[in-house]
Design a protein around this ligand. Structure first.
Ligand SMILES: Cc1ncc(COP(=O)(O)O)c(C=O)c1O
Length: 362
């Protein structure tokens, strides 16, 4: 049996005809940038996340860069970033001109805590980039209390957490702003690149919109209030995201059920969210010793796996800076992401689980 890591084709089958209709519509109107599809998706996405405003941007990395710039976080400022995240979390901080300071995580959920954040805090710290890795929300209350106590802003990196909930609130509704990626493989993915920032703060939303659109403000096309960039969500991607959004909760619930099946077989190996969090299960990650040998064995059995992420950010050649992050470092040697997608069958879960337990027995 072949088991792919994910199956976008199957997820898109129910909307394929409507996407083709959308392409035909845009071929007719040539309204490729801005317009109704972008505005409609922005309001739907803000409402879904439970916040007032959403600003579509070109990708999740820009969402973070623009948010930090709009908040005035830049050169001379430090931002606390977990050592175990996708490099874009850190690179976005650098692109905003600020310095990422890499902090460790707890050994169970692999998430930052007030203590690990405090270990990285200096008088230059301005913000916490709170990454809901794998779709697991980081419990917001202790983090927000820590941030308030030290005058820091919390920006969520929710690129992996579309639709995850805690206490009935969705990822994206906890920080001063939250940044999403709609990269195709994300829980809500475009057919290309895309991203968004959501926030309750109208002034912040407006400033991000200005910065993302060549610094234009007030509807005047050739008057530029700020030095901006070009980072817009285009109409085609926005239209596709609007077609997919009604399916997101169903897909997340299907993945939750599949994780239950995995849990019966793999129990304690799975990196679980904290109690009270309903994960979006962007990734199903287990911890195994001798990960590379196990992965090779699964590969021989035609099971596609991933590693998220093999090198902690501070040890990446791009950074190569000192950080006290022993938990993130040892996790990076053991993490293995297993196939997980809404249309996955019980037989596939059993095949993967049996192959994994077999590989671990050696
Ligand atoms: C945690 C995290 N942050 C940021 C990003 C950046 O998003 P994008 O690839 O859309 O720039 C991603 C995904 O790629 C991500 O997984």
């Amino acid at each position: 049996m072949k088991v792919p890591f994910m199956d976008l084709r199957a997820m898109h089958a129910p909307i394929e005809d409507r996407v083709l209709e959308l392409v035909r519509e845009l071929a007719g109107t040539s309204a490729f940038i801005g317009g109704r599809h972008v505005a409609e998706f922005e309001s739907a996405w803000a409402a879904y996340c439970g916040v007032e405003h959403a600003v579509g941007v070109a990708n999740g990395t820009d969402a973070i860069v623009l948010t930090l710039r709009a908040l005035g976080v830049g050169p001379g400022d430090e931002v606390l970033v977990p050592a175990n995240t996708f490099i874009a979390s850190a690179a976005a901080v650098s692109a905003a001109g600020a310095t990422p300071v890499f902090v460790d995580v707890d050994p169970v959920h692999l998430q930052v805590t007030p203590d690990t954040l405090d270990a990285g805090r200096t008088e230059r710290t301005k913000a916490v980039l709170l990454v809901h890795l794998y779709g697991h929300i980081v419990l917001p209350e202790p983090i927000l209390a820590f941030a308030n106590a030290h005058g820091l802003v919390v920006v969520e990196d929710a690129a992996q957490a579309h639709g995850a909930t805690w206490e009935g609130r969705r990822a994206g509704s906890f920080g001063v702003a939250a940044c999403f990626s709609f990269y195709p493989g994300k829980n809500l993915g475009a057919w290309g690149d895309g991203g968004a920032v959501v926030t309750d703060d109208p002034a912040l939303a407006e400033r991000i919109r200005t910065l993302a659109n060549h610094g234009r403000a007030g509807g005047d096309h050739y008057r530029h209030a700020e030095i901006g960039i070009n980072s817009r969500l285009d109409a085609m991607q926005a239209g596709i995201l609007s077609l997919k959004l009604p399916l997101l909760d169903g897909w997340n619930a299907q993945k939750d059920d599949i994780v239950d099946l995995y849990r019966n077989k793999l129990g304690g190996m799975i990196v679980e969210p904290p109690d009270g969090v309903t994960s979006a299960w962007h990734l199903l990650v287990v911890r195994v010793a001798d990960r590379d040998a196990v992965r090779a064995e699964l590969d021989r059995k035609e099971i596609q796996t991933g590693v998220h992420y093999p090198i902690p950010c501070h040890q990446q050649p791009a950074y190569n800076v000192a950080a006290h992050a022993p938990v993130a470092e040892s996790a990076a040697r053991e993490l293995l992401s297993l196939p997980l997608f809404p249309t996955m069958t019980e037989a596939q879960v059993e095949y993967v689980s049996a192959a994994l337990t077999g590989a671990l027995r050696g």
